[in-house]
Design a protein around this ligand. Structure first.
Ligand SMILES: Nc1ncnc2c1ncn2[C@@H]1O[C@H](COP(=O)(O)OP(=O)(O)OP(=O)(O)O)[C@@H](O)[C@H]1O
Length: 318
């Protein structure tokens, strides 16, 4: 993988250091009676890698979809570099936000290079007639696009496979290709939805390096991931979504040390947990049965032939 950012300089879409790139305020998304995202505020600044974590169904992907114009939030607004984002995904890409998907979405029967070229369409100025007539302007633009696409393939370590069909790439390389295609739109902010899903530890480590290299090119990154080691190694800041709401936000140490986050992942007991009273009743009944076991009325039936086994069962059931 070529991730030597010292020689590559900033990406064309790079943003001004220290500025707020993404500003989402009060984002709410309802599907009928279900509120998948509720009043979420989140900012991403230039030069930052921000993580978005939360248990399954917490609303992470829905929030991404609200940021990228796939969904129009029921309430709230999203600004990119100070401008309100249009509610159309191709316009959001043109504005400077690119994304990858949880389920890889490549053109399987196109080559690796062609997939990246498709990602460049928002940056290609040549219009319809130029493409049809294939004049000198078109050829110049096409050459420049190919050169940039090859540069990106080199950056993610896939230059040698430019002519391979996307469908023939191993899974980890397909994920890299998705990232190269997203970078082809020259974004200032890259959203990654579970970039290491299905990867082995070596591939995950390489993806971590790749994301650092992308950040070093001046592109801010917002990443959803279930792999906590990956998130806490990588991110400057982490926000935790639980049941559609932002529960905690802070640096890795703050989030890791917050008991509410652990509780949310383990499944926090409800207040006045109704199960607790029931469990106490069962325990009392068991204790009562134990007291009467082995009495003359029931001489041959020990209540608990192996108390240690009983304890084991309780722990398994918990
Ligand atoms: N298009 C939709 N229509 C109706 N409900 C939806 C839709 N998309 C998501 N949901 C619901 O919204 C909630 C949040 O889902 P979402 O996929 O955003 O969660 P997530 O945090 O990304 O989960 P995971 O980590 O499993 O990918 C879930 O209850 C889901 O079933």
């Amino acid at each position: 993988m070529t991730t030597d950012t010292t020689t590559q300089g900033n990406a064309p879409g790079a943003t001004t250091p220290g500025r707020t790139v993404l500003d989402a305020r009060g984002v709410t998304m309802r599907f009928g009676g279900l509120t998948a995202v509720r009043g979420v505020d989140l900012t991403v600044n230039s030069g930052e890698i921000v993580g978005l974590i939360g248990p399954n169904g917490a609303g992470k992907t829905t929030f991404f979809n609200c940021l990228t114009g796939l969904y129009t939030p029921t309430e709230g607004e999203v600004r990119y570099q100070g401008q309100l984002l249009p509610p159309k995904s191709f316009k959001v890409t043109a504005a400077g936000i690119a994304r990858t998907f949880q389920n890889i979405r490549l053109f399987a029967n196109m080559t690796v290079l062609e997939n990246v070229l498709v990602g460049r369409h928002t940056r290609t100025k040549e219009g319809f007639w130029s493409a049809v007539l294939r004049g000198p302007g078109f050829h110049r633009a096409e050459k420049a696009s190919r050169a940039r696409a090859m540069e990106l393939l080199d950056f993610v370590g896939l230059a040698a496979k430019a002519d391979h069909l996307a469908r023939n790439l191993p899974y980890g390389e397909q994920r890299k290709l998705e990232i190269a295609r997203a970078l082809a739109s020259e974004p200032g902010l890259l959203l990654l939805d579970e970039p290491t899903a299905g990867m082995n530890p070596q591939e995950t480590r390489a993806t971590e390096e790749l994301v650092f290299a992308i950040r070093d090119q001046g592109i801010a990154v917002l990443v959803i991931e279930h792999d906590m080691r990956f998130i806490f190694n990588l991110c400057d800041r982490v926000a935790v979504l639980v049941q559609g709401e932002k529960l905690v936000e802070g640096d890795s140490a703050t989030v890791q040390g917050d008991d509410r986050v652990v509780a949310a992942y383990l499944g926090e007991p409800l207040d006045n947990d109704p199960g607790a009273a029931e469990a106490a009743e069962v325990e009392a009944a068991e204790a009562h049965a134990g007291t009467h076991a082995g009495t003359p009325a029931d001489p041959g039936t020990p209540a608990d032939p192996d108390p240690a086994a009983g304890q084991q069962n309780k722990e398994t059931d918990r």
